[in-house]
Design a protein around this ligand. Structure first.
Ligand code: KG4
Ligand code: ZN
Length: 386
């Protein structure tokens, strides 16, 4: 079964062709980084306009690279939410119109469910190439960690209605175990990078610089959560960084970097990570490294505590922040020492893409779900119950 997936929930316009929920024939992602860069964050109105401009060419490109036309797809899957409502609507309406014009079934997919399926999809591809690759199994605990979300789920499967075999036609079930009470982890990376003028988007910028600083230089301590120990909070950490910077030499240094970057923009030039590092003092690099370590510790420890509580053998980590090199290393090390398996998608499938939407949509269709004309987008669209 050939699915055309469409994703436009934030600032990436994406389309993909995926066969049987387990083989990527093409995956095209049009990034809007150059559009939002000078604002230091995603501007929703500009994002919607960019999606409008690019959705058609991106879908054409995905079909072209897979050697198919939209007519060859057996069904379409579109992201329904959560996300920026104007952005979501562009992809959703495009998908709905295309499905109606071609007379194809359509299914709405939760973006968070897509991130979870990115792990399963890629693991299946890896196992087909090498059967010795460990299987990413369900049930598991999944951390979805991105610019908009930091949330922990227990993921399991049940047989689809009318069937008994969960393996042949699984219906996925998600129970929310914890989530951030304020900023998402990626949002904290982006805000700290903006405060220190370290580049855009902030997560990859800090990741590259942190390797040159001392992660032990500043001890931010652990975040204490009243109520659920599996919830997260990153706004205190961000404020702690702000207090260290405000009125200090770090602030003047960040101002210099900001001025230099806006001059480069006028000349239509972009600084490389090395250029930025060349303008960072030891103290700035230490601050970036220590902040990153604090975020990573929160993510790793709470996720592994959830896996322990849920008595599952493995952990999935997905979403843009799953690209973070220290996060990957810490998870691999800690999970191994505590006896859990840990699975990440490749960086390209960790950040927003449409292959994960097509993969999640395939299982929904196989389990008998599909959308009708009332399908609409939801800015807030929780997955599972907490
Ligand atoms: O999943 P994604 O593409 O979009 C959302 O659904 O939000 O995630 C984007 C987020 C941004 O906040 C970005 O700074 C962060 O992921 N990110 C990273 C890294 N790469 C992307 N954060 C830390 N380290 C990275 N290497
Ligand atoms: Zn995402």
């Amino acid at each position: 079964m050939l699915l055309l997936g469409i994703e436009s929930s934030c600032d990436e316009t994406a389309a993909a062709i995926v066969a049987d929920g387990e083989r990527i024939l093409s995956s095209v992602v049009a990034s809007q980084v150059p559009v939002h860069e000078k604002y230091g964050g995603v501007v929703p109105e500009l994002a919607s306009r960019e999606h409008l401009r690019r959705i058609g060419p991106v879908v054409d490109e995905a079909c072209g690279r897979a050697g198919v036309t939209p007519r060859d797809a057996d069904a379409l899957a579109v992201t329904q939410g959560p996300g920026l409502i104007g952005s979501l609507l562009v992809g959703l309406v495009y998908g709905k119109a295309l499905a109606a014009a071609l007379g194809k079934p359509l299914v709405g997919v939760n973006h968070l469910e897509g991130h979870i399926h990115a792990v399963l999809l890629e693991n299946k591809m890896a196992r087909r190439a090498d059967p010795d690759v460990e299987e990413a199994s369900v049930p598991n605990v999944t951390l979805v960690v991105s610019g908009g979300h930091t949330v922990l789920y227990r993921v399991e499967t049940a047989p689809a209605a009318g069937t008994r075999d969960a393996a042949a036609a699984p219906r996925f079930r998600y129970a929310r175990l914890g989530q951030t009470r304020d900023d998402a982890a990626g949002e904290a990376f982006d805000k700290v990078a903006k405060l220190l003028a370290l580049g855009y988007p902030g997560g990859p910028a800090i990741d590259k610089l942190a390797g040159f600083g001392d992660p032990e230089a500043i001890d931010f301590g652990r975040v204490r959560m009243k109520g659920s120990a599996l919830d997260f909070s990153f706004s205190g950490l961000k404020t702690a960084v702000l207090y260290r910077v405000r009125g200090s030499a770090l602030e003047a240094e960040a101002e210099d970097r900001r001025r230099w970057q806006s001059e480069l923009r006028v000349q239509a030039r972009r600084p490389t990570a090395d250029d930025i590092r060349g303008r960072c003092s030891r103290d700035t690099l230490d601050l970036a490294a220590s902040f990153q370590r604090a975020v990573v510790t929160e993510l790793v420890e709470r996720t592994l505590a959830a896996a322990e509580n849920e008595k599952v053998p493995g952990v999935f980590v997905s979403g843009g922040v799953a690209c973070n090199s220290q996060l990957r290393q810490s998870f691999a090390r800690e999970a191994r020492s505590q006896g859990f398996s840990v699975f990440f998608p490749s960086p390209a499938l960790s950040t927003d893409n449409a292959a994960m939407i097509a993969a999640a949509g395939y299982f929904k269709l196989a389990a008998g779900e599909h959308a009708d004309r009332t399908l609409t987008a939801h800015a807030s669209f929780p997955l599972g119950v907490g």
